[in-house]
Every structure is written in C-alpha cells, then in structure tokens.
Design a protein. Sequence first.
Length: 224
Amino acid sequence: MPAELALVAAPTPLWRVERISPSLRFSRINAVDAMNGTSGNRFDVPGAGVLYGATSSEGGFAETLAGFRPRASMVDAFTRVTPEPGRVLPGQVPASWFTTRRLRSFDVIGSLPFVDLESPATHTHLTEKAAPLLLHHGLENLDIPAVRGPSRLLTRAIASWIYSQTDEHGRALYAGIRYVSRLGDFECWAIFDGTPVELRSSIAVDPTDPALTDVLELFGMSIH
C-alpha cells in the first residue's frame, strides 16, 4: 500500500520575530534567486509567499538571530588582530537591532493540514511521487539529514512540489510544512500564502526575556 503524506495541524499560537512593519510579512523569492542556494529561505516558493513561524518564542528568536552566531572564520580572524574600541565582535548582537523588531504571536485560521516533513511516511511518499525531483538533487531516498541539510535548493523544490498539489477543482490541499529547525530542537512552520493568519499579539523585544536570553546563551552570543 503506498505511503501517504503525514499530515498535522499547527498549534496555536505561533511565534515570530520580525521588523516592526509590515506585520506577518510573507517571504517571497523570484525564480532567478530561487536557483541561488545562498539566497532566500529554506522553504520559499518561487512566485508565491511563505510565512515562517515557530511553536515557541524561543524558536522564533533562534531562527531570527541565527545570522549573528559567531562563525569560525570570524573568530579566527579576530584572534589575530586587536579589536577596535566599540567594534561589534563575533557573537554580539547590536542593541539597536532589537529596537527595530517585534515579537509577535499569531494564529493559523482554516482547516487545511500541514505536511510533516519530519515524518518517514512523508519521506517515503515523496520518494514515490516526486522521484524526478529527488534524482535531480542526487538523492535516492529522502531522510532527516536531507530535509534538515544545508541545501536550500532541495528544500525549496520540496516546498514547491507540496504547494502545487491541488484537488480536482484546483484548490490547494495543504496549508504549509511542519519542520524542525537546523539550529536545534525547535518546531517550525512554513505557511503557504492563501492560508489565513491572524495577529494575536505584538510586543517590543525585551532584552531580559528568558526566551531570548536562553537562545543567546545557547548560541554563545551577547547583546552589545
């Protein structure tokens, strides 16, 4: 019997850290940038919009602050020079960054399910139904290392395939994708455009927020 996609419902609320305006902005990528493995986000769909959220505020902070993590090359370079006074060091987040962001919670409205990309059943289904896609990316089987791996070209191709699935009337079948962050054990959601979302709360980022300080400690970072 063919394996079916593993389907789940998104919890409520979801969390994200984003610029003050606009709120709940769906990420968009064009077809040219989508072919660049270093641009865009993991589950962006060319020509469509994707909103990213996390089940916890910790996950929202982790996904947003990932770019500030100290990189080995930066750390190595800074050990060879005398830092200039006031210069931001690897792993330091400028305090001004937080003044331009808000921590927001929101709800997903509607009844369409999410595809659980962490499930082996989903991996088996995609291997059977999207074989050309996997072969194009040099894969014989889909598994956790692949879906959590560094290839945005692969994950965007998977997202596009799921986004394109419709019923006999041309209506979307899925609200988006459930996945686990590459940064740690944070449950995350990629929400396809056309899925209604509703803002629940919007607050300034508090530097003493335990969720934020836990993520900073986890990544070896500090506020400058």
